[in-house]
Design a protein around this ligand. Structure first.
Ligand code: CA
Length: 236
């Protein structure tokens, strides 16, 4: 069954090019050019016709897309990917904290959006795409069942904290995870301000897992926001 995506975007040119690209990928695309239009479409869904994912622009003619994100999160966990021309890092963190699954800064490549959509749908636990237990990207393999980590098929020994940090990123592979989320999940809520822990342990992980720590291929930095583990090449 094809996945239904609601694209909320007032730029007609962008809407049309995304419509084409998403349709080619087999998504059932609905579009809205304003907040009012998006609300109407979300409210008048017939049973069994759920929206599987929302791609949300922020600057809309009748308000800010952020308000729709907040409304959506009060009643559903439909994945939301924010697309915006706004670069400010503080704002990205705010959107992620409010429940956005990911964000893309305009202009972005269509391939990048399609990858983020795939990842967001997978992470919301659709029955056809179970949660990832085996991660592979290039030379790096992580098996969450056996807790085995390999680089170029050679087992790597990680400390318990290094493993916990890596496993947290594997569970959300392909998606950005904020500093706060990582600190809270790995070290505990009382440590959410200890970003130096993260820098230290991320440095150790990169030294063990990356070929060139100055040019990481797996453990990617999202400046000012957090980290993103490159999307897995396997989905099982
Ligand atoms: Ca806009």
């Amino acid at each position: 069954m094809s996945r239904s995506v609601l694209l909320v975007e007032d730029d007609r040119v962008l809407r049309n090019s995304l419509r084409e690209a998403l349709s080619v990928e087999g998504y059932d695309l609905k579009t809205a050019a304003s907040l009012a239009d998006a609300r109407a479409q979300l409210q008048h869904l017939s049973p069994g016709k759920a929206i599987d994912l929302v791609v949300l622009d922020l600057g809309l003619p009748d308000g800010d897309g952020e308000s729709l994100l907040v409304e959506l999160r009060q009643s559903s966990n439909t994945p939301v990917i924010v697309i915006s021309a706004r670069e400010a890092e503080g704002h990205k963190i705010q959107l992620l904290d409010q429940g956005a699954d990911d964000y893309l800064v305009k202009p972005f490549g269509i391939g990048e959006l399609l990858a983020r959509i795939r990842v967001a749908l997978r992470h919301r636990g659709h029955a056809s795409e179970p949660a990832l237990v085996h991660y592979r990207h290039g030379s790096l393999e992580v098996d969450l069942r056996t807790r085995r980590v390999q680089v170029s098929r050679v087992e790597v020994h990680l400390t318990p904290t290094e493993y916990a940090l890596l496993a947290r990123l594997v569970r959300q592979a392909g998606q950005v995870v904020t500093h706060r989320q990582l600190l809270s999940d790995v070290w505990g809520a009382e440590h959410i301000d200890q970003t130096h822990y993260l820098r230290l342990y991320m440095g150790q992980l990169r030294a063990k897992l990356e070929v060139n720590t100055a040019d990481p291929q797996h453990l990617l930095t999202e400046p000012g926001v957090g980290y993103r583990l490159a999307e897995s090449e396997e989905t099982g």
